[in-house]
Design a protein around this ligand. Structure first.
Ligand SMILES: Cc1ncc(COP(=O)(O)O)c(C=O)c1O
Length: 456
């Protein structure tokens, strides 16, 4: 099946509205050209994030009806526990209401000031939670990950030689090695089994625990099956199990590959660590059999974890993202290559070379997409990351100015995706019309969420 046809039929629909260009123009002005300030109801195709935006199945909705809302010992917790144990092989399962709480619990427990947490690339909440505990979040991606135009089947891999060097010099400062699958911050790129095995061997040699940030573990396993020699005949579940077998534990934002709108968990084999985490969990999330979630949510996660491994679903999922990427690529739109698992990333600087970096070319494309077609994407470039050098006062710009088009799971049909591709191709053909932006208000931290701009 080469064509990304949906492996489901639609039983319930949610209306989305088209708006007029005049309305979108007015909303853009009112929003200060900041797409976070646009009401979701005024958006036709919303590609802001793939997190917590999935459509649940009839099976998951049915699961909500058997939610057991007991404070302690809910049957849905035991179902989730069994499912996670079966999938990962880890014995101790701790629910949380989303991924960053799992990160908060883990890093506040294992990190001391001066510690280093290596990762292929930390996701931003992971980095923030490591930093909040006065530790250093060290990214060790392979060199290819930093070059958007280069094709590599496993661009999410970790630089294992750099990991080994780090442990040789600073073993005492590293309480845990982590690996993000797929590597979200490097463009949703997968990590190969060979790389996972190599990380695991290094960790064993230096006796360091190894944990996955496994928000998109199923997409990663599917890419291994498609791209890595020796895995064609294995099921995605078998591949996922093998991945987990090389590590000592994991945490997951279930809002991705578990196809739910809220949820997360930690899982591990270290009983002592699990006990310490559960004590903190009671303080900030709740009793260890619900961890900040309703019983019905636990049930939806348990069912979603298995649905996320369905091979027809994974084929459609990855093929739909690739369909968008390939359509744009054929029209000459500059992209991060290869196309990742959950999103397409457009290179804003090459898209609009007439807009200098200090005038936010990627954000200019975000604005153009909404103005032209009611589509919402997100800038991952200077608006998000440029910062002032505290010593010289000079602005340090990030290497890439990207627009991320993250595709929610099972939400949009391939015709919606086709509409997105056609709209962006039209903007590309008329790209000289795009205008740069200047900031007129910004907050001292995380300015991209609340800043206001005007067009130049
Ligand atoms: C790789 C990765 N880790 C952690 C998180 C944080 O999860 P949450 O948004 O559920 O707190 C995300 C969310 O996007 C993610 O992509």
């Amino acid at each position: 099946m080469k064509f990304p046809a949906e492996p489901f039929k639609i039983k319930v629909v949610e209306r989305i509205r088209t708006t007029t260009r005049e309305t979108r123009e007015r909303l853009l002005k009112e929003a200060g050209y900041n797409i976070f300030n646009i009401p979701a109801e005024a958006i036709y195709v919303d590609l802001l994030t793939d997190s917590g935006t999935a459509a649940m199945s009839d099976n998951q909705w049915a699961g909500l009806m058997i939610g057991d809302e007991s404070y302690a010992g809910s049957r849905n917790f035991y179902h989730l526990e069994d499912t996670v144990r079966d999938l990962t092989g880890y014995q101790f399962v701790i629910p949380t209401h989303q991924g960053r709480v799992a990160e908060n619990l883990l890093f506040s427990t294992i990190c001391q000031p001066g510690h280093i947490i290596p990762n292929n690339t930390h996701f931003d909440t992971t980095r923030a939670n490591v930093k909040a505990n006065n530790a250093h979040a060290m990214d060790l991606p392979i060199a290819e990950a930093l070059r958007p135009e280069i094709e590599h089947p496993f661009k999410g891999n970790m630089n294992v030689a750099a990991l080994e060097n780090l442990l040789r010099t600073d073993r005492d400062k590293v309480p845990m090695v982590t690996c993000t699958v797929t590597n979200n911050s490097a463009g949703g790129q997968p990590v190969s089994m060979e790389n996972i095995r190599a990380i695991s061997e290094v960790c064993k040699r230096w006796s360091v625990p190894f944990f996955f940030d496994c928000a998109r573990y199923a997409e990663n396993a599917y890419f291994i099956r498609q791209r890595e020699p020796g895995y064609k005949e294995k099921s995605v579940k078998e591949i996922a199990r093998e991945m987990f077998s090389y590590a000592d534990g994991c945490w997951m934002s279930a809002k991705k590959d578990a196809l739910v709108n809220i949820g997360g968990f930690l899982a591990m084999n270290d009983e002592d660590l699990a006990t310490r985490l559960k004590q903190k969990l009671i303080l900030i999330e709740g009793f260890p059999t619900y961890g900040g979630l309703a019983g019905r949510d636990l049930e939806a996660v348990a069912r979603g974890l298995l649905e996320g491994l369905d091979e027809d679903y994974l084929h459609y999922r990855t093929a739909q993202v690739k369909y968008l990427g390939d359509s744009l690529d054929r029209g000459g739109v500059p992209l991060v290559k290869p196309i990742g698992g959950h999103a397409v990333f457009i290179d804003g600087r090459r898209f609009a070379p007439h807009i200098p970096q200090e005038r936010f070319p990627a954000q200019a494309l975000v604005v153009a997409m909404y103005r032209e077609a009611g589509i919402r994407g997100v800038e991952i470039g200077s608006l998000m990351f440029a910062e002032e050098d505290p010593e010289t006062g000079e602005i340090r710009y990030p290497g890439l100015e990207l627009v991320r088009l993250a595709i929610p799971r099972r939400v949009y049909t391939t015709m919606h995706v086709h509409y997105v591709a056609e709209s962006i191709l039209k903007i590309y053909r008329e790209r000289e019309k795009m205008r740069g932006l200047r900031i007129v208000y910004e907050a001292p931290v995380l300015r991209h969420f609340t800043c206001r701009m005007e067009e130049i």
